[in-house]
Ligand binder design. Structure first.
Ligand SMILES: C[S@@+](CC[C@H](N)C(=O)[O-])C[C@H]1O[C@@H](n2cnc3c(N)ncnc32)[C@H](O)[C@@H]1O
Length: 280
């Protein structure tokens, strides 16, 4: 089985994953998704960053989103990126030379940030809460390090919105049911972002969504739709969830592959974003 075959897009323990190179490369692919670009542009508009501000990116990955925002902070501003993965942090450091302000990238845990209280003007986190056991604890930490009146910005996927259409209603229903069930992690966090910040006493300023769609995919050209998991990995997920018998796994995968080869394939996934402020 090749690396792409086993790749299931799990970001809890990036450094221990045999497919770490695929996980890192996927950050660049998903940064190109139209939905990601739209939400990052929306976030930048909402934040109205200015010279001299300090921004923290929690679960920063390769730091690309922070790198773009750094351009708005001027030479007196600062960006700090925290990520649990040393590989991600090494990648972020190697890209940071292009920044318009000082950038510091450190390995750390979103739920126990090694930063002083009230020390940032803006704290952001993108597509990271879905991998945490306690997103509530992470957002409480983000609020702690935010100055009163500072802004918190969260972007995350909601896997309960995932839809696949290969002209097979039964298959689509099973996938939908599996995706709606939260198991070891908060995979449907997207729709809860607004409640999460408001439960911590923050004032919600704006919220939006963006849907990523895949209208075509050639399984003979690439092992998975752009930036997504393989269909074998999706089948494993359904088996885990009790939506598919182990013996039907191969048939499930080949149904999707055959439909895609005949131009009968589409998928959609919605991401949510909120911007809120810490009370003064
Ligand atoms: C899907 S990636 C998103 C990266 C980046 N925010 C982006 O949008 O390109 C999720 C990131 O969360 C990080 N992560 C997972 N658990 C974490 C934790 N407990 N604390 C900090 N980062 C964590 C992973 O290492 C990974 O870089």
């Amino acid at each position: 089985m090749g690396a792409e075959e086993t790749h299931a897009l799990g970001y809890e323990q990036v450094d221990d994953d045999p497919n770490v190179a695929v996980l890192l490369a996927t950050m660049d692919t998903t940064a190109r998704w139209q939905a990601t670009r739209r939400l990052r542009a929306w976030e930048r508009q909402q934040l109205r960053l200015h010279d001299g501000q300090r921004l923290l990116d929690v679960g920063c990955g390769l730091g690309d989103a922070a790198l773009v925002l750094a351009a708005d902070l001027g030479v007196d501003g600062e960006v700090v990126g925290v990520d649990a993965s040393a590989e991600m942090i090494a990648g972020a450091r190697s890209r940071a030379h292009a920044a318009g302000c000082p950038m510091r990238f450190v390995v750390g845990d979103a739920c126990t940030l090694d930063e002083p209280d009230s020390s940032f003007d803006v704290v952001r986190s993108e597509r990271t809460l879905q991998w945490l056991t306690s997103p509530e604890a992470a957002v409480a930490e983000m609020t702690r390090v935010l100055r009163p009146g500072g802004l918190v910005s969260l972007i995350d996927t909601d896997w309960s919105t995932f839809e696949i259409d290969v002209g097979d209603d039964d298959l689509a229903t099973r996938v939908r049911e599996a995706m709606r069930t939260e198991r070891a992690r908060p995979s449907t966090i997207g729709r809860r972002l607004a409640d999460l910040v408001q439960d911590l006493g923050c004032e919600l300023h704006a919220q939006t969504t963006a849907t990523q769609t895949w209208d075509a995919w050639d399984p003979d050209e690439s092992p998975a739709p752009e930036g997504c998991f393989t269909m074998s990995s999706l089948a494993d997920d359904l088996v885990d969830n009790g939506q598919l018998e182990g013996g039907d796994r191969e048939r499930f995968v080949s149904t999707i592959h055959t439909a895609a080869r005949h131009g009968r394939f589409s998928m959609a996934l919605t991401m949510f974003a909120v911007v809120a402020s810490r009370p003064r």
